[in-house]
Design a binder for this molecule. Structure first.
Ligand SMILES: [Zn+2]
Length: 310
């Protein structure tokens, strides 16, 4: 288990020291690691509708390669945000130029609302395959990946599957992470807290926001909720929600189809659309003759805006 230096105590806000067994702060607040290796930094348990079944379904889809184009699209977007002289992992302001320094600052990648963690694990590998840290022969060792989610079941699965990354149950309302420490923050199909993202981003860091496009799950939506109107304005509406403190560097739309036969059951388990759907409608969707399912994502890279003082 790699020690993670940027966690804060959720009780007093002091720095947490992490070990294989636990995490503790100078005020002696102590958090034991769960058997699976994650830390629970959520002070009061939160009930969510997200269940193990949902995250297991997502893992099946991941293994089927359903999210491979999304992972490639995101890593390409990241690669385009940086010139070779501005490595994603070592922004100029923190880059140690002292060759005798054995521990220059590592790259930090946070997935806020990471679910089962499959995307973060794949993205970390992909990004640094594409965009190695200069003068490093083994770039992934310099990356500190952290996934947080409010759902304990999701974090449990993430920690079991990807033990080399750091996983915490934590609330996006106030993530227990130190200020200005994250080079890349992913927020993928999850609720956003822009004020906190701004607090967490290192200078020069990038926030990657992914939201569903208007055709996302089109066929499943039509099967489960046939009367629902097409939400043409979704990307525009969401874009308007980006606060002024962030500027949009780039927006890309990624649409692709995946075969329905081997994936439809997992999609239905995964989709919140099915939570309030009658079982017979789900059954009809499963037994329908869907050939394909359209996935539609809006990918945005956001940077802190420069707001001149008046
Ligand atoms: Zn404390």
């Amino acid at each position: 288990m790699i020690p993670y230096p940027h966690l804060l105590c959720p009780i007093c806000g002091d720095t947490l020291t992490t070990t294989d067994k636990n995490a503790f702060c100078p005020q002696n607040h102590n958090f034991d690691r769960a058997r699976q290796g994650y830390l629970n930094l959520q002070l009061s348990p939160v009930k969510t509708q997200y269940t193990k079944i949902l995250y297991r379904a997502r893992q099946h889809l991941f293994c089927n390669g359903v999210f491979d184009p999304l992972v490639s699209g995101l890593s390409n977007l990241i690669a385009c945000q940086h010139t070779p002289s501005q490595s994603v992992s070592r922004p100029a302001h923190t880059h140690s130029t002292n060759p005798r320094n054995p521990h220059p600052r590592a790259a930090t990648v946070l997935d806020a609302g990471c679910g089962d963690g499959s995307l973060l694990a794949a993205l970390i590998q992909k990004i640094f395959d594409l965009h190695p840290v200069p003068n490093r022969t083994d770039p992934p060792q310099t990356v500190l990946g952290l996934g947080i989610d409010i759902c304990k079941d999701a974090i449990k699965i993430a920690a079991q599957t990807h033990p080399t990354l750091t996983w915490c149950v934590a609330d996006l309302a106030r993530p227990p992470i130190a200020d200005n420490t994250q080079d890349i923050i992913f927020n993928i199909l999850a609720p956003a807290n822009y004020a906190e993202f701004r607090r967490l981003l290192a200078p020069g860091g990038v926030l990657i926001k992914v939201m569903p496009g208007p055709d996302h799950f089109k066929e499943i939506r039509q099967a489960l909720c046939p009367l629902e109107e097409t939400q043409d304005s979704v990307p525009n509406t969401l874009r308007q929600q980006i606060p002024l403190q962030f500027s949009v560097s780039e927006t890309r739309r990624l649409t692709y189809d995946v075969p329905a036969a081997e994936n439809i059951e997992h999609f239905i388990h995964m989709s919140p659309l099915s939570w309030h759907t009658l079982p017979e409608k789900k059954e009809a969707a499963l037994n329908g003759r869907l050939q394909k399912i359209r996935l539609d994502y809006i990918l945005m890279s956001l940077k802190e805006s420069y707001i001149p003082e008046c």
